[in-house]
Write a protein that binds this ligand. Structure first.
Ligand code: ZN
Length: 584
């Protein structure tokens, strides 16, 4: 930003009015008013992405009927690139802009409007004047008929829930707005007011959910030593089948399945998701990689540190739910073993480091294809495993004095509170080293920037646990494909797993599996029932409409299925590490 420009523009006031005259067709109509202009050109822009979801989504694609008026008369407002409209503003102090936004994508990171509610993912709703990201704005919401509530972390103006104020655009773009008839309830934690806003109904038990969320919120605040918000909003979208979450500074949006609350697995999944997104209010929203704020809303924002921002959050969602004793420890160990199984059964673990996975999120993680499992890993998954490794290493080396909690609290205090900026990769490494009491160059070389296989037992061993592979003694053959069955019962290959028989002998994605040794295939899960490892079989397929028979030599299914179990006769040191790791 040009400082002199910002000074000249500091008298501007910006307001928006949002109406829903065609909610049934998924539209919001926006009127923006800018006054106090003192510049020759006014460029109005829409972000191309929403922070927390690392993909350029081109929100401007949903804008239509853009017009600008000065003194009640239409003026030209040509687009000069994909997300910028330009207005000649010489001698003009006030401009009114009108546009419509089509909002028909159900996800936690995109806007959705119908007659039942309006969810405004603000980075895809509000355009902003270029170079004025620091400017406050006021948002007036005029709800569709019958809607009576607004849920957002943006503060009210004069106690009016339909008029909200944003101190600057970083906060506006980080404050989603829910408008409708949502079920709102809340609780207080040490002076912080929490609101839970449920859209879409559901079989949640309000009393139990309030108690459990309260518990989670309290434990997470204890890790960082403070809760920096005054007000925090959980916006929950309940659908027939829903999922996903997106973190914000003082709120989060969670996707859930409306009937999943009543079974323990579904309920635990929801609590873990809530724990995850809420943990982000510190980890990534405040304690953040240096490039993730102030944001560049026009381009990708690259960082190698999503294994901390997302992976550690994934790690802590499990640890926190475990520590709150909502479920037995064995349950948590199964969750953790599940993370190991994901990584160990992914051929991409031998191709992509966790730092590369983070950097390339924009082009790989959010744009998967049929070969992704062979070439990529998830920074959530390996990041969570790295979190566990460092946690156990620090607890063990400090003889139970410190844990990863201390690193997180120290980094939060040092970078967010004291230096008031993000951290670099080297700075976070120093934070780990401070509490581990040793250099971690070798660890980084192997596990962050390298492809060294994780020795689970050496880390779990610190806490007197080990993994056992429940499939170690099996000798079943596998073809090495993932398939989908079409409506007319065709079995189509959707993935070919690297290193397997199918990969080596040339079965391709999109091949239709027809028969094995002339026996028709009716079910991919049973097609090898009478086969053994080493058998040479004939797989008949249809590729691009033509029949083809491929000779295939069956190999052993090398999938692992780890379970974490306690070792016999754990030493006092191991028991001490275990206690520090899994309890408060
Ligand atoms: Zn996350």
């Amino acid at each position: 930003m040009n400082p002199s420009a910002s000074k000249a523009q500091s008298t501007s006031t910006i307001s928006y009015t949002v109406t829903f005259p065609e909610a049934q067709a998924h539209y919001a109509d926006i009127e923006m008013h800018v006054s106090g202009l003192k510049q020759n050109i006014l460029d109005l822009k829409m972000p191309v992405w929403t922070p927390g979801s690392y993909l350029v989504r081109e929100f401007a694609k949903n804008i239509e009927s853009f017009s600008a008026e000065v003194g009640g008369k239409l003026v030209a407002s040509p687009k000069i690139n994909k997300n910028t409209w330009r207005i000649a503003a010489k001698g003009v102090s006030e401009v009114t802009v009108k546009y419509r936004v089509y909002a028909n994508e159900i996800s936690v990171r995109t806007s959705y409007i119908d007659v039942s509610h309006g969810f405004l993912s603000t980075s895809g709703i509000f355009i902003y004047p270029a170079n004025m990201l620091h400017q406050p704005s006021t948002i007036h919401i005029k709800p569709y008929k019958g809607w009576d509530k607004v849920s957002t972390s943006l503060e009210m103006v004069n106690g009016d829930p339909f008029t909200r104020v944003s101190p600057n655009y970083d906060i506006l773009f980080d404050s989603p707005i829910e408008v409708g008839n949502q079920d709102v309830f809340g609780f207080d934690v040490s002076g912080v007011k929490y609101e839970v806003c449920m859209y879409g109904g559901g079989n949640y038990d309000k009393e139990r959910l309030t108690k459990d969320l309260h518990n989670i919120v309290e434990h997470e605040a204890a890790i960082f030593g403070e809760n920096p918000n005054k007000h925090y909003v959980f916006i929950v979208h309940n659908h027939l089948k829903g999922g996903g979450g997106l973190e914000h500074l003082s709120s989060t949006v969670l996707g859930a399945s409306r009937d999943a609350y009543a079974n323990e697995k579904g309920y635990q999944g929801f609590l873990s998701l809530a724990a995850h997104e809420h943990f982000h209010l510190w980890n990534v929203k405040r304690l953040r990689p240096i490039v993730l704020g102030p944001f560049d809303y026009d381009n990708e924002n690259y960082t190698t540190n999503l294994w901390i921002a997302e992976g550690f959050t994934e790690y802590y969602q499990g640890i926190v739910v475990n520590r709150t004793k909502l479920y037995p420890t064995e349950n948590y160990l199964d969750v953790l073993a599940g993370e190991f199984n994901i990584l160990e059964n992914l051929p991409g673990r031998n191709v992509q480091t966790v730092a590369e996975s983070s950097f390339d999120a924009w082009i790989k993680a959010y744009r998967p294809n049929e070969n992704s499992n062979n070439t990529t890993i998830s920074y959530y998954n390996k990041g969570a495993i790295v979190g566990m490794m460092l946690d156990l290493e620090i607890i063990n080396d400090s003889k139970g004095k410190y844990s990863l909690d201390d690193v997180m609290k120290y980094m939060y205090t040092e970078y967010y509170k004291t230096k008031q900026r993000g951290y670099t990769d080297a700075e976070f490494k120093k934070g780990f080293e401070k509490f581990a009491g040793k250099k971690l160059d070798d660890f980084y070389k192997k596990y962050i920037n390298g492809l060294t296989p994780v020795d689970y037992n050496s880390y779990l061993g610190y806490a007197g646990y080990k993994v056992v592979d429940e499939l170690a003694d099996t000798n079943e053959p596998a073809l090495g494909v993932v398939t989908a069955t079409t409506a007319n019962r065709k079995i189509i290959v959707t993935n070919v797993i690297r290193g397997t028989a199918a990969y080596i002998d040339g079965i391709n994605v999109n091949d239709e599996l027809v028969s094995i040794d002339d026996n028709p295939i009716t079910d991919a899960t049973t097609m090898l029932n009478d086969k053994k490892v080493g058998d040479k079989i004939k797989v008949s397929i249809i590729r691009d409409g033509l029949p083809l028979t491929l000779p295939v030599t069956l190999l052993r299914n090398d999938k692992v299925k780890y379970k974490i179990v306690p070792i016999d006769n754990a030493s006092p040191q191991q028991l001490l590490v275990r206690k520090k790791w899994l309890t408060l």
